[in-house]
Ligand binder design. Structure first.
Ligand code: FE2
Length: 238
């Protein structure tokens, strides 16, 4: 299993508060069968420059890597990316490639919490066609309450985007039914725990895989695993 959404770099955003918590989260993921984790700290354009963000991310990553080493434990390998909040001119943002998962052209992108207008789809289209960046839509399930459902996700996929779903979408009867319907329509490319800590937003992802298997969608599980590996094929792994 690969976790495509995790706030595991310590003391950088609202995720892990220190390296010990990061290691605790990684341990839980590893014990549940996760072999690789994509670290996705929040990036908000306008709040900091890309240079500042990358420098801080590197510094905190070093702290995490030495904590992992000191733990002496076998833990998941880490790919480093970000979770970029969409902004309308994202396609003309000079440094956008630096925010992709390192070594790839895949960008974990958080969409705005509103009904997505045509101009938002146009920006995404430009991001893909002008910049050659492939957005991975972060926790796409979270935007259903804003009126963005299967149709909107299909539209994003037609443009070339990938869809990441949070594992907690599979919790509860009605949600799970919706999640399985998404999977049936190939609207789940990769999964993520979106873990921030050990309690309120814990490192759980295996439930989603289990729900898919129990829902008779083993082929979807295989496809998610293949897509996950493909995305990280050239990624720098720590
Ligand atoms: Fe997140």
């Amino acid at each position: 299993m690969i976790d495509f959404h995790a706030h595991i770099i310590p003391n950088l955003d609202d995720g892990a508060k220190d390296a010990q918590q990061s290691v605790d989260m990684l341990r839980v993921l590893f014990l549940k069968g996760v072999k690789k984790v994509v670290a996705t700290p929040h990036f908000y354009a306008g709040q900091q420059t890309v240079e500042e963000f990358c420098a801080q991310r590197e510094e905190k990553l070093e702290i995490l890597l030495s904590a992992i080493k000191n733990s002496g434990e076998e833990l998941p390998k880490i790919a480093v990316g970000s979770e970029v909040l969409f902004f309308p001119t994202i396609y003309s943002f000079e440094k956008i490639s630096s925010l992709c998962i390192l070594g790839t052209q895949y960008l974990v992108l958080e969409m705005p919490q509103m009904k997505w207008s045509q101009s938002i789809f146009d920006s995404i289209h430009r991001l893909i066609s002008n910049c050659g960046i492939i957005p991975i839509i972060a926790h796409a399930d979270r935007f259903i309450p804003y009126g963005n459902g299967e149709k909107e996700l299909e539209k994003l996929k037609e443009l070339g985007a990938f869809i990441q779903i949070n594992s907690d979408f599979f919790e509860g009867f009605f949600n799970r039914r919706k999640a399985l319907a998404f999977a049936k329509k190939s609207l789940i490319d990769v999964l993520g725990s979106d873990c921030h800590n050990m309690t309120s937003r814990p490192p759980e992802i295996e439930k989603a895989f289990l729900a898919l298997k129990e829902g008779g969608q083993r082929s979807t599980v295989r496809k998610i695993e293949e897509t996950s590996e493909k995305i990280l094929k050239n990624a720098i792994i720590f």
